[in-house]
Design a protein around this ligand. Structure first.
Ligand SMILES: Nc1ncnc2c1ncn2[C@@H]1O[C@H](COP(=O)(O)OP(=O)(O)OP(=O)(O)O)[C@@H](O)[C@H]1O
Length: 452
């Protein structure tokens, strides 16, 4: 009968110990090998996820050469196998060497069955997380792709996408309101791509990034010789968008005199280049965005209300990333997938702690911040899994944690990590430093998915 229990391979030449170990693992499908050859055969045929490996195997039972050969061969055959090596008393050096050769963990002989049990269970647990992570990385995100390129599963965003789709083929002007990095430009492009103007240009201009004295020429263009430096006639963004969509980002930054000129264009649909004498008819759909409060600007008379009504026939409020349930993690996986493919193919996913941190972070810079953090982490990480440290969440951000439980967890994690690094990975001493028992420390390591 097929056994669906996780598979554990015990490589041990002491048959008495082999039997004793076999009996102690009821929850796993245990198989045993007494030498390297048997071990490799079982690895090939059974593909166990976790292996415990005694380094002292025949024909070199008192040395470590045969054990290291077995370790190397197994990792070459199946690199994701979690191999836990046993080292003789005082053989810390070979244990370290094994870790640097790719072993997952080590334990010291004589065997403490309970301790080994915890190490084995943790290895299975991590392997399972890796598998889940890999599976979700492979899953296509198309189901969550809206308007061609917007990734979301949050009901608020689904509603926005539906609104945009619905207004896309009408001619109405759309104003997108949202903080920086929330995806305003992406939505504007989505609107263009869903409209019947999709085969014509989509032209974006960030009105806040262009000095006031150049903005008019950027928008309306200029004739040769219109001003010093105007060496040739240049079309403005409005003209370049003819037939298509013009995206005016940070529209609240347009100075008042230019607001008048823009309003005139929207009424008459004709532009005049700077220094030009003839009107040029232009057919564009205008989509605007801003992070500013235009109603307040209207009250302060820094934004014209007649222009506002022209630009904002429909207003869409885009929520910040931290108000879109589940989206931070969804987007993080998407970006990791993309950047890993482009820049660091060895990266397979996030550690569980990193995912928790992503979920809890406030994301003041919204999707742009998320994208940048993930990109940096994928480039910098040294392992297969991006950790919370790789993402550079700093200490001052504690107050952004979700609740007291999360704050306690973070404090626990820090104290445990510190104790472990101070005792150079010695669990017994780390437990003493922390004033807890060794099994409690193992439980915590498991609970927080920390690696020694
Ligand atoms: N839902 C999303 N799915 C995938 N990528 C996204 C999403 N939202 C934003 N992005 C990406 O995040 C980055 C920032 O988005 P975008 O430039 O559209 O934001 P914005 O609100 O226009 O920012 P700003 O106001 O600062 O100009 C872009 O690289 C964009 O592709």
């Amino acid at each position: 009968m097929a056994d669906s229990k996780p598979k554990l391979l015990i490589v041990e030449d002491d048959l008495g110990l082999q039997k004793q170990l076999k009996w102690s693992y009821e929850n796993f499908h245990v198989m045993c090998a007494s030498n390297r050859e048997e071990a490799i055969n079982l690895l090939r045929s059974e593909e166990p996820d976790v292996v415990t490996l005694d380094l002292g195997l025949p024909p070199d039972p008192d040395g470590v050469s045969e054990g290291f050969k077995a370790l190397d061969e197994m990792l070459k055959l199946k690199p994701d196998t979690k191999i836990i090596v046993a080292s003789g008393h005082g053989a810390r050096e070979s244990a370290m060497k094994a870790i640097s050769a790719g072993a997952w963990d080590f334990y010291q002989k004589p065997v403490d069955i309970d301790e080994l049990h915890l190490i084995v269970k943790r290895a299975f647990h991590v392997r399972e997380l890796e598998l889940q992570n890999e599976k979700s990385m492979m899953a296509p995100v198309d189901g969550e792709l809206l308007l061609g390129s917007i990734i979301t599963a949050a009901p608020e965003m689904l509603k926005i996408a539906r609104t945009i789709e619905r207004v896309a083929s009408t001619g109405v002007s759309v104003l997108l309101l949202g903080a920086s990095g929330t995806g305003k430009e992406l939505l504007a492009r989505g609107l263009h791509d869903s409209s019947d103007r999709r085969d014509k240009p989509f032209v974006a201009i960030n009105c806040g990034a262009i000095p006031e004295n150049l903005l008019e020429s950027e928008l309306f263009g200029h004739e040769k010789g219109a001003f010093t430096g105007a060496v040739k006639t240049t079309e403005g963004k409005i003209e370049l968008a003819d037939g298509g969509t013009l995206f005016l980002d940070e529209v609240g930054d347009i100075p008042l005199p230019l607001q008048v000129k823009l309003l005139r264009f929207l009424q008459e649909r004709v532009i005049e280049r700077i220094g030009g004498r003839k009107g040029i008819p232009v057919d564009v759909r205008v989509v605007c965005a801003t992070h500013q409060n235009l109603n307040k600007m209207i009250a302060d008379q820094t934004f014209r209300d007649d222009l506002f009504y022209r630009l904002a026939e429909i207003t869409v409020n885009i929520p910040p990333l931290n108000e879109r349930t589940g989206d931070a993690v969804l987007l993080a996986k998407h970006f990791l997938n993309r950047f890993a493919k482009e820049m660091n193919p060895g990266v397979k996913g996030f550690s569980a702690a990193a995912l928790t941190a992503i979920d809890q972070w406030d994301w003041p810079g919204n999707v742009r911040e998320l994208e940048n953090r993930i990109k940096r982490a994928v480039i910098m990480t040294e392992g297969k899994f991006v950790t919370a440290e790789d993402l550079e969440f700093t200490d001052d951000d504690e107050d952004l944690l979700l609740n007291l439980k999360a704050a306690r967890e973070q404090a626990d994690r820090r104290a445990i990590k510190r104790a472990i690094s101070r005792t150079e990975g010695n669990i017994s001493n780390a437990a003493k430093l922390l004033g807890i028992s060794r099994p409690t420390l193992y439980d915590l390591l498991k609970q927080y998915e920390l690696q020694v």
